[in-house]
Write a protein that binds this ligand. Sequence first.
Ligand SMILES: Cc1cc2nc3c(=O)[nH]c(=O)nc-3n(C[C@H](O)[C@H](O)[C@H](O)COP(=O)(O)OP(=O)(O)OC[C@H]3O[C@@H](n4cnc5c(N)ncnc54)[C@H](O)[C@@H]3O)c2cc1C
Length: 417
Amino acid sequence: MLGMAFGIVLLGVFGIRVMRAAYGGGRRVRAAQRRIGGRRRVFVEQLEATLKWARATRPIYKAWSGTRPFRVAGIVDEAEGCKSFYLVPVDGRPLPRFEPGQYLTFQLPIDLRQKPLVRCYSLSEHPREDYYRVTIKQVEAPVGKPDIPAGRGSGYFCEQVKLGATLDVQAPQGAFFLDPTNELPVVLVGSGIGITPILSMANSIVHERSPREVFVFAGFGNSREQPFREHLRELASHDKVQVDVSYSRPMPADRLGRDYEHRGRVDVARLREVLPSNNYCFYVCGPPGMMESLVPALREWGVPESHIRFEAFGPASVKGLSRGAGSDKIESEPCAVGFSSTETTCRWSGEYESLLEFAESQGVVLDYGCRAGNCGQCLVSVRHGKVVHVKKPGVPMGENECLTCIGLPQGDVELEA
Ligand SMILES: Cc1cc2nc3c(=O)[nH]c(=O)nc-3n(C[C@H](O)[C@H](O)[C@H](O)COP(=O)(O)OP(=O)(O)OC[C@H]3O[C@@H](n4cnc5c(N)ncnc54)[C@H](O)[C@@H]3O)c2cc1C
């Protein structure tokens, strides 16, 4: 009896609430739903940004370990001596996401009697599940030096890799990528083949319909050397995207205003001419020479360090970059080098070009990519002691970190490797 009375009271209260909702409170319910929907959207966006960030920062997350076979499904001529390679996984499974700006590392079977040649190439398209794309410029031998061989990795790609070929590829990685947690408008600067990660970033901003404003500054020799000509034009047709192309050596048929916007190199003077302010996140990629002038010039212009990201593409074969050269020669006396992962300590006698080469000679396996101090894949922490670099690292570095491919010990050291 008591239960029944309680049921009637409950029904009454609930019924009145339902009636109120139906007649008077409908607006409030919809407002509450909108609020919850809004909060959920913000939460999902924050979660996505945090996940992206976690995926892309150190310790470098690799979507697969070792190498995975990829088939070359398409080859497109982009410019003189420059080709795009479309790669699909042999296992047919969907491709994991990468961060726009990251690169692939290839193990190329150039000489079957030797270890595969390792080379890094940036992904030049926005993240997709069906294929990866890299775009490679064939590197010539230095002018007037016929004894020096042309680039081996880029030559292999551009001359020997054919449709249907299978390549061994490491998972996308790299610390130069579009910061997913920052909503500032971006300036993307790419010179020569350095346009590849920049294009991936611009494409993904457009693909994701992000409201971010984008300026793309692209520098080439002339129209013959310019890849992605049509594509850059198409990008420029989007509301939020502006593209500024510079030619340093235009051909007689190249017309200012039609083929390019500026004669000369992309430098800070050009950026200041075009940009309304310096309040942007800058992403810069190109040859080491350009980076050495543009990055300090951005700092001098007042761009905070945290708004400048860069990556240099440099040759991997040029060894002993400053060890051999007279007054620049860096001495590295005999000492002890410890590797914490294997708890091994080895005797460095000074004859190796780098800590990476030394580790390999001792059977210690370390991660590496470009072997030229540019990709950051061989970065390790220095637990104890001092390591100097034989050239300026092409990636930002923290305190007590070193790149083993260009690092030499200065006295006893212990590496977290
Ligand atoms: C993170 C990253 C991303 C990159 N992304 C791209 C990309 O998207 N597209 C791209 O095209 N490149 C890219 N690169 C550059 C690429 O990895 C290679 O460095 C480039 O292709 C040259 O490699 P190679 O094997 O052809 O040349 P190498 O064989 O390494 O030769 C390089 C140069 O050194 C010269 N040389 C060779 N041997 C000697 C010697 N004994 N003495 C003196 N000189 C010598 C060669 O003539 C050539 O000019 C990237 C690099 C990095 C680090």
